[in-house]
Design a protein around this ligand. Structure first.
Ligand SMILES: Cc1cc2nc3c(=O)[nH]c(=O)nc-3n(C[C@H](O)[C@H](O)[C@H](O)COP(=O)(O)OP(=O)(O)OC[C@H]3O[C@@H](n4cnc5c(N)ncnc54)[C@H](O)[C@@H]3O)c2cc1C
Length: 377
């Protein structure tokens, strides 16, 4: 049984070596989806970029997540409308749809377009999902309402909301691929290099792209994107194909899907031990792992061997909006993170948003993602 994630267990080739003298235009700290997407966009625009990763590329949440590539964000559509208004919510969702398409174009076989199925676990959640479906359709987004669910969902879930643009990733393969593209575009990548002061980054501008992993570089913002642990299992391949597309229920607490080889990947159940899971310790625990085992067994109808068990850390934020912009009032310091467990597409998109802003093209969406809101809250 492996405690390396299924995704990071896939063999990979070393990255091309790039080295340049002197200071860089931009240093990126963090080699996940955010940092790699940001570095690639900057290098393609001609900037001299260094990227530093304390472990290996995709070694953080980007290589340890559930693999869902979803539009939108961690808050349900109507909840976001209530907090920032209909127009701003629609702009954010449209932006994530465009970025999801851009991610898919870069990903090659690391992305499969399947759609995703958001399930209601009870009648209360059914009503919430129905409200979200109505709001999405009213705003002109593609969405489908489903009540006639097939085995093994029938009888367990009263209804589901299908999101047509979504898909599923091999997330480590995706991020390694983006890192390779970045190196080919001239980014000097330093793996196994932890940055402990901004001076060590040797650059005019520094981007902190560490999401839930405490970097020690964010001053008063440190810890306000709250480190939160997610745990995942991957089973042996099974013959029957039950969950071809991403499934998620109980307000996103549980998520699962099946790989083309028949392995079931299932994550979540933080709420069985909610207090212990606000931590940056990347460890699995018996109570959450047992809940995942039981969940899979119940849905498959028999015990299934588990081949992989792993944990990762993501950054949680009180209002479920990404945290992207200048940090600590310093014009030379940027941060992007705080995707509240929804960072595959949002991380890619936010890394590119920061890159474009550094290049002088600031997107007004950044007004909604302002980091200083965390300090004043
Ligand atoms: C178990 C789990 C399941 C998830 N499932 C999904 C999902 O299905 N769909 C989805 O959209 N999102 C999901 N997420 C969230 C998503 O994985 C993250 O939001 C996203 O990967 C964040 O990417 P990132 O590049 O910003 O950060 P990360 O990938 O976490 O990378 C940050 C990196 O920064 C490095 N670092 C930190 N400090 C320093 C330093 N001082 N110097 C150098 N390097 C440093 C760390 O080593 C780390 O590798 C999940 C997360 C977890 C943990």
């Amino acid at each position: 049984m492996s405690t390396v994630s299924l995704w990071l267990d896939e063999p990979t080739e070393p990255l091309p070596r790039v080295a340049f003298d002197g200071s860089a235009d931009v240093a990126v700290v963090g080699g996940g989806i955010t940092g790699c997407a940001c570095a690639l966009a900057l290098a393609e625009a001609g900037k001299r970029v260094r990227l530093f990763e304390a472990r290996e590329i995709a070694g953080g949440a980007s290589g340890r997540n559930g693999g869902f590539a979803l539009r939108g964000g961690a808050a349900a559509y109507p909840v976001l409308v209530e907090s920032i208004g209909a127009e701003a919510t629609a702009s954010i969702w449209r932006w994530t749809e465009r970025e999801l398409a851009a991610l898919a174009a870069l990903a090659g076989d690391a992305f499969r377009h399947t759609g995703s199925l958001r399930l209601a676990a009870d009648d209360e959640e059914r009503d919430e999902l129905r409200e979200e479906y109505d709001a999405l359709v009213d705003a002109g987004f593609a969405a489908e309402w489903r009540e006639d669910l097939s085995h093994p969902l029938a009888g367990r879930y009263p209804a589901a909301l299908f999101h047509p643009p979504d898909g599923v990733l091999q997330p480590a393969r995706l991020v390694r691929r983006i890192a390779r593209r970045a190196a080919e575009a001239g980014v000097e990548i330093h793996e196994h290099t932890r940055i402990s002061s901004l001076e060590d980054a040797r650059a005019e501008v520094v981007v902190i792209a560490t999401d839930g992993y405490p970097s020690g570089l964010l001053g008063e913002l440190e810890g306000l994107v709250v480190p939160t642990r997610g745990q995942v299992i991957a089973t042996e391949p099974i013959e029957e194909m039950l969950f071809e597309l991403p499934h998620y229920g109980r307000h996103g607490f549980d998520y699962w899907h099946q790989r083309p080889d028949g392995r079931i990947v299932a994550g979540g159940f933080r709420d069985v031990s909610i207090d212990t899971e606000f931590t940056a310790e990347e460890l699995t625990t018996p109570v959450v792992q047992d809940a995942l085992d039981r969940f899979v067994e119940e849905h498959v109808g028999r015990p299934v061997r588990v081949d992989y068990r792993w944990a990762g850390i993501f950054g949680m934020v009180f209002d479920f909006l990404p945290v992207v912009g200048h940090a600590a009032g310093d014009d030379r310091l940027w941060m992007a993170g705080g995707y509240s467990g929804h960072g595959n597409v949002l991380g890619f998109a936010s890394g590119r948003l920061v890159a474009r802003a550094i290049l002088g093209d600031r997107n007004p969406l950044l007004d909604h993602f302002e980091p200083s809101r965390l300090v004043t809250y």
